[in-house]
Design a binder for this molecule. Sequence first.
Ligand SMILES: [Zn+2]
Length: 264
Amino acid sequence: MRLIYILIITGILAVAMLWLGKLGVVRKKLAALVACASLLCGGGLLLLAVLPGNSFYGETITSGQVASGKKLVALTFDDGPYPPYTQKLLTVLEEKQVQATFFVVGNNTKQFSEVVCLTASKGHEIALHAGEHKDFLKLSKGELVENISAGKKLLEELTGKPVKYMRPPHGFRDWAVMEAASDFGLKVVNWRVIPRDWTNPGAQVIADRVCKDVAPGAIVLLHDGDAPAQTASREQTIEATSIIIDELLSQGYEFVTVGELLNQ
Ligand SMILES: [Zn+2]
């Protein structure tokens, strides 16, 4: 079932009840009550679809269990590959000897496949963001399946490794998104820490936000790309990543990929 259909139905029901109340066909109080309940139901379902940290529509991972007592953290980067920022980020990660997970976009990959190959060759984990960076909630079931299928196939052909994780654009998902992900053997991974680096608030601000909110097992969302526009600078994220790594290493954190975090 697509959430969008439920939203349309609840919206129509609310308007219809208000009209029937106004025309005197239904008592006004009852009409208002049903309209409110309908809108609340639709709004609640929408909220659950866009909030990243709940599993209402299916298991959505935002952090790993750290039973060992280790202070593990997984840095993740969305929307790439995006030259020259992805490559600059790879340099920082290599200098710091840190592995991360890149949720890449299929369309960007077609354009800059060598950057994805480089990322994989450095030992980072390649995961799927989308074949094309679109709001999955607005796609038909067929478009959704095609989007995920094309992106996953492209990445697997390029890297020679199975893609196991997907982060839908904006983290939005409903039953159909979760079902499609499951059909392709993909686990849906959102985030625990989101410093809103895409707004470019300053490298230190980004780093401070991450360090304030981080906890053992956390998955941190950052951006090496700017999908779908691909126009914004990611210099702040690159600088922030360097600060975050230094600060969290000094606090005893160990950086792992999402796969390592979930399979320890
Ligand atoms: Zn994105």
